[in-house]
Design a protein around this ligand. Structure first.
Ligand code: NI
Length: 164
């Protein structure tokens, strides 16, 4: 799967909910895990591979013991608390890393690849990655949280890099 880079319209769309939990969806999840691992990412949302649907995968197992690669379908943050500031990057915005402040803990409702409904609390890396990836489902990128001046600077750097 080809990872879409900022400037691609699909990254700015609001993704559609998933209603069919079939073999095709399972296959798609596997392909997304492969694409994420090949890119050394810890999270990947479907719009980043050109699919405007509410699906994302994460793998924080190398950063946090006890966590496993997981697929989240139709995820929705229903509660959050605290605040933490952390440097983020994005496979769709190569070479850019900036600090972003987000809630520290979240409660998430989502469905598994089999359509089973779950409600779970997340903190640490998982909470951070999930919030970043869920933003992708709403067409939001982490650079949107930066000051207008910083965002403009990054945009010009990205354009220069694309031309180079
Ligand atoms: Ni991202």
């Amino acid at each position: 799967m080809r990872i879409r880079i900022v400037g691609d319209e699909v990254l700015r769309e609001k993704a559609a909910g998933i209603e069919k939990f079939d073999e095709e969806l399972k296959q798609l999840v596997e392909e997304m895990f492969d694409t994420m691992h090949e890119a050394d990412g810890i999270g990947l949302a479907a719009p980043q591979v050109g699919l405007s649907i509410r699906l994302l995968v994460t793998d924080t197992s190398e950063l946090e013991k006890g966590t496993q690669p997981t697929a989240f379908i139709n995820p929705q943050i229903v509660a959050s608390e605290g605040e933490s500031t952390f440097e983020e990057g994005c496979l769709s915005i190569p070479g850019v890393r900036e600090e972003v402040t987000r809630p520290e803990k979240i409660t998430l409702e989502y469905q598994t690849v089999d359509g089973v409904k779950k409600k779970e609390d997340f903190e640490g890396w998982q909470a951070r990655v999930l919030q970043h990836e869920i933003d992708h489902l709403d067409g939001v990128l982490f650079i949107d949280y930066l000051s207008p001046v910083k965002k403009k600077l990054i945009a010009s750097q990205l354009t220069a890099a694309q031309i180079a």
